[in-house]
Design a protein around this ligand. Structure first.
Ligand code: MG
Length: 349
């Protein structure tokens, strides 16, 4: 078919051609065959009521039926939660649990089941919760099947902020799924909020939170404002006094590629705190702030993140700290860039 005249005129117009080329197109050519192909991922398989599914091949598996080692108590000590019949179960009174590994922007899948027979009512029935950002931001886990409570505390609510769009709950005892997309808040260096945290959530496959912006931390009775924190934080599950069960938990990191990060037990971090000297000269001082180490070195204070139980890195500059406490003296080795300007010092107190 012949193109209409108006299109031919447009195609050959020098002015338009200039305008077209003046603004670089950020995308590759359409159908560019040299464009990198997406990585291949085995999608795993979904769960059935009887059998937990399998995580996608690029996911970090947080629980697949037996191993509780990715989870610890909030202070990093072993958790008292138990594994029964391929599920992990909250032991009432034992406290929240959290992951050792920290995550920023991510896709999180997990499955939960409220206790059967159902006991209690309102907030007292099958209450737990999934926390992103450490223990700051909760999407509620509750037995909301024929169990009325306040809307912003029902299952799938962003607690004390937003009710779920619908109540897609299954009966107690049945396995239910959460599929969450989490974007952590972004803060400027001076602590100014640049973008709020956001959550999208599917409950049993049904959309219940749609790119929802959180305006603060979630809490009972009050609404604490957002406060600056490092982007990557543990994921936590709530002990609210009910033996809620979980299975098939996995997470896919969506942010920029980087080193894995861990929030080590407080006791281990505290063991590194102190003053380090070399030849009678103070080289570094180490302290703890929440789940991170602060290293005073070279006249600056660096926030250090754990990539292993003994190795830490800064994000603002290429500095690493390696602790060796296997002998006497206990040492820290600080390296800058490719070892230039590095220093080894021993702990004096
Ligand atoms: Mg809760």
């Amino acid at each position: 078919m012949k193109p209409p005249l108006v299109i031919l005129v447009w195609l050959v117009s020098p002015a338009l051609l200039t305008a077209q080329t003046a603004i670089p197109n950020p995308l590759p050519l359409g159908h560019d065959r040299t464009r990198p192909l997406p990585p291949v991922v085995d999608p795993g398989r979904p769960s059935t009521p009887e059998r937990a599914g399998k995580a996608p091949s690029d996911a970090v598996v947080l629980f697949e039926g037996a191993d509780l080692s990715p989870w610890v108590a909030l202070d990093g000590q072993p958790t008292q939660w138990v594994v029964k019949n391929g599920a992990m179960e909250c032991v009432p009174g034992s406290g929240y649990i959290r992951t050792l590994q920290c995550f920023g922007e991510c896709q999180l899948h997990l499955e939960f089941a409220a206790p059967l027979p159902a006991e209690g009512s309102g907030q007292g029935r099958g209450n737990s919760g999934v926390f992103l950002g450490g223990t700051r931001y909760e999407i509620q886990v509750l037995d909301s099947f024929q169990n009325t409570t306040y809307a912003d505390g029902s299952c799938g609510s962003i607690y004390n902020q937003y009710p779920p769009l619908v109540n897609a709950s299954r009966p107690p005892g049945e396995w239910q799924t959460y599929d969450l997309l989490w974007t952590p808040p972004r803060f400027a260096e001076d602590g100014t909020l640049l973008a709020p945290p956001r959550m999208t959530a599917f409950h049993n496959g049904v959309l219940i939170q749609h790119h929802t912006p959180l305006f603060g931390e979630t809490a009972w009775l009050n609404r604490p404002p957002l406060k600056p924190h490092p982007e990557k934080q543990p994921i936590a599950l709530q002990d609210h006094g009910n033996p809620v069960r979980y299975r098939n938990i996995w997470v896919r990191e969506l942010g920029a590629a980087g080193k894995p990060e861990f929030q080590l037990p407080d006791a281990r971090l505290d063991s590194y705190c102190g003053v380090y000297e070399s030849g009678g000269r103070r080289v570094a001082e180490v302290s703890r702030r929440s789940g991170n180490l602060l290293v005073h070195f070279g006249g600056v204070e660096l926030v250090m993140f754990a990539e292993s139980p003994t190795r830490f890195f800064a994000k603002t500059v290429d500095v690493q700290a390696q602790f060796d406490f296997s002998g006497d003296p206990k040492t820290i080795r600080i390296t800058v860039g490719q070892d230039e300007g590095g220093a080894t010092a021993h702990k004096v107190r």
